[in-house]
Write a protein that binds this ligand. Sequence first.
Ligand code: VG1
Ligand code: CO
Length: 544
Amino acid sequence: MDAKIIATRPFDGQRPGTSGLRKKVKVFRQPGYLENFVQAIFDTRADLKGGVLVLGGDGRYYNRHAIQIILRMAAANGMSKVLVGQGGILSTPAASCVIRKYRTQGGIILSASHNPGGPDADFGIKFNTPNGGPAPETVTEAIYARTGELDSYRTLEAADLDLDRLGEVKLGDMTVAIIDPVADYADLMESLFDFTAMRRLFDSGAFKMRFDAMHAVTGPYAIEILENRIGAMPGTVMNGKPLEDFGKGHPDPNLAHAKELVAMTKGADGLDFAAASDGDGDRNMILGKDCFVTPSDSLAILAANAHLIPGYQDGIAGIARSMPTSQAADRVAEALGITCFETPTGWKFFGNLLDAGRITLCGEESFGTGSDHVREKDGLWAVLFWLNLLAARKQPVARIVREHWHGFGRNYYTRHDYEAMDAQAAGDLMDHVRRLLPDLPGTKLGDYRVEYADDFAYTDPIDGSRSGGQGLRIGLEGGSRIIYRLSGTGTQGATLRVYLEFFEPDAARHNWETQAAMRPLILVARELAQIEARTGRTEPDVIT
Ligand code: VG1
Ligand code: CO
């Protein structure tokens, strides 16, 4: 089979955002659009020629079609082998696991994560480097630059392959191996956590749990690990069948989009433990009876208790959190005598720290937690970590959280999202706040004295690369903060995220309802940015 060279033209706007290139399916369907981006990856990553690539996605609409296109292009571009998850399925953390385990030259993950799926919804693609992590900015920028120059791509004329049959087939000179998408990942989880202790928890009969896969990719992983390997009751995994449109849901595990699950945790008969993951399986939401664990607290609690978990019993080297994530983890790091790094939003900024052994755990406020076991955030891993913790401490979730606050203080935390805003208005709003920053330190916002205010920039301590414009950060006396940032994953207009954090050391004041406790800070943040005056929005679309 000879490679065919197809003439094409550059497309505008193929710059990857926080996590890869995300657009409407309609955009990806334009002839040559996906092909251009893929050719740009292949042109930029010379070692793929003759090398091995991992390929899979979250199973959303267009996933299978895109995989066939990419396989033909990989063959025409001289790859020796592609490992594809059966049915085109690979969760983001499982892809990272497979890339690392088989020492491949990287992977392509097809996902728009928590964004809805279907013909009128979203699709996405990202490249992960041989360490298993999302490509750093130097790589995504090189790929982007190449998308602007391309005038052709390479492919083969060949029929679609059967993605459902395990085993190896040839496509031209290239081998396509259809692999079990779950096994390697499940083995890795079994090597980190005490499955026997968790099994005892379920065997007691008194422990009720549900995991909501939201009709996204984690269903098969959760069924294999929780039900088959650990022995949780069949039916513990809800919405476990991956669907191309996620059952028309929004596969985003938060209080707004996983309402049904949240309701099941309420009251005397409420579940003891509930969790959910997102479209591509890298996010997690943790709930206990009448208790929601904020992701920022979750990171801090996991760090403080890591020694109780087999995979981390020797302690952790360091922690990293994204800038908008609450500072709860910082105090745990201080107590443990280790460093807590503050990085820009997006998992790609954790990669170098993990590779260098500077950190063991990392997390983001956006329901992302992970460790050095892979190079992506990992939803099921976080769920298993919590389950292992519940088995080890033999205490309810709420008790563990409360004791943590008692020891370290509580960081009340909320994020307000204003979605699908006019991009110009959102940009102007950010410019307005940016202009105010230099004069803020020393002044008062409501009752809060400003300690510092800046446009967050990060210098990677390992390779010295610098990333600016990562969010506007206002630090207030007593450890509270207001942060404004525009989303880099949306596909429609702009999304403004306002992140608010309020530190309360006094245990007598740890019982307030979050929104009520944070009201004064919320109002200050709205006023400072003139949100209503500039955008007409009086309330956010999503509050987490
Ligand atoms: C959001 C989150 C960010 C996360 C990113 C990818 O980005 O805020 O913390 O890393 O999604 O997560 P943004 O730019 O929209 O704020 V996922 O689960 O989409 O891979
Ligand atoms: Co995700």
